[in-house]
Write a protein that binds this ligand. Structure first.
Ligand code: UT7
Length: 325
């Protein structure tokens, strides 16, 4: 019997503190940083973000999102035999955030590891879990995107600090006889590693390199629009389908102008593109599963519909996963 993977539950978590643009601008003004809500909205579509309290970690957000996904599916945590956490802001250098999640959920014994593909991390994690389920290496998997990007932001750099937020999203995948995940495609081009990075490390009891996120926004913007279009077409074609068969497009939520341009290039109307960047800002690996959970819970995404999820970000990495819900 051919085995497929299928999404049977979703969940998400956001830190309690919601910071709108006006509040952020006031805080930045107090540091002598000049920006405005109008600039942020016009250039990015972002209106607010959630920021984690100092004691909140990626694993805590991941655990909350995972518990909600398990609850939606009505399954016990101990039946999960694979946990993948996509994060660039792990709790520790090691052990992996996935192992911390596994411990908290009480699901020992299966595989647990983190993937590092920055804002493409959820697509990378979902594609990996799908491959492991289809080859019989796992039967029930949690794939989680979890980030506290606020920790790596330079609050003196107005070009980046207004763009990001914290949060987590999770999906529970089950093995079954019907798909599920129809196709996935992943890519990277390390030649562009310098345009978006946090080039620091822990070494000899201190930090070496630069501990804050840096970005060439325009270079990232141009590449993102190009690869989100190409990988969407490639993934839909791999499933033997047409772009017009896609009911919902969920691109990585970095900038509403990128979302609009991607939908426009693909010929997918704006009302079929899920947008959460206005509410969550850019939550890196968490942005796509957060958006998926929101649109499932508010009733927009329905069983049987086709959802195309896309990641793009540092590395440079990109990827897409086409799913029948
Ligand atoms: O998650 C991974 C994927 N990340 C992305 O996809 C991000 C992609 N890039 C972008 O979304 C956009 O490039 C940005 C939102 C980062 C920037 O928008 P832009 O339209 O490319 O603006 P820009 O960088 O060309 O800057 C335009 C102006 C500059 O001033 P001058 O040189 O024209 O005088 C900036 O200094 O806007 C200025 N600026 C700001 N002004 C007010 C930059 N940041 C701010 C700010 N407030 N926060």
């Amino acid at each position: 019997m051919t085995v497929f993977s299928r999404i049977v539950g979703t969940g998400s978590a956001l830190p309690e503190r919601r910071v709108d643009n006006d509040e952020l601008c006031r805080e930045l003004a107090a540091r002598g940083i000049e920006t405005s809500s109008d600039w942020i909205v016009e250039r990015t579509g972002i209106r607010q973000r959630h920021l984690a309290a100092p004691e909140t970690s990626s694993s805590m957000l991941a655990i909350e999102a995972a518990r909600k996904a398990l609850e939606m599916a009505g399954v016990a945590a101990e039946t999960v035999d694979l946990i993948i956490v996509a994060t660039s802001t792990p709790d520790y250098v090691f052990p992996s955030t996935a192992c911390l999640v596994q411990k908290a959920l009480g699901a020992p014994g299966g595989a647990a590891f983190d993937v590092q593909a920055v804002c493409s991390g959820f697509a990378y994690g979902l594609a990996t879990a799908d491959a492991m389920i289809r080859t019989g290496m796992a039967h029930r998997a949690l794939v989680i995107g979890a980030e506290v990007f606020s920790r790596i932001l330079d609050w003196n750099d107005r070009g980046t600090c207004v763009l990001f937020g914290d949060g987590a999203g999770a999906v529970l995948l089950d093995a079954g006889s019907t798909p599920g995940i129809l196709a996935a495609r992943l890519h990277a081009d390390g030649r562009h590693e310098g345009i978006l990075r946090t080039a620091g490390n822990v070494s000899g009891g201190g930090i070496t390199g630069h501990p804050f996120l840096t970005m060439d926004g325009q270079a990232v913007f141009k590449l993102a629009v190009s690869v989100l279009d190409s990988v969407a077409r490639e993934t839909v074609a791999a499933a033997g389908m047409a772009v017009s068969d896609v009911d919902w497009l969920i691109p990585h939520q970095a900038n509403v102008r990128i979302l609009q341009a991607t939908g426009r290039k693909l010929g997918i109307p704006p009302e079929r593109v899920i947008v959460t960047v206005d509410q969550h800002a850019n939550t890196s690996a968490a942005s796509v599963p957060l958006a998926l959970d929101l649109a499932i819970r508010d009733g927009r995404i329905k069983p049987g519909q086709h959802v195309l999820m896309e990641g793009v970000g540092g590395g440079f990495t990109w990827g897409a996963v086409l799913v029948r819900m």
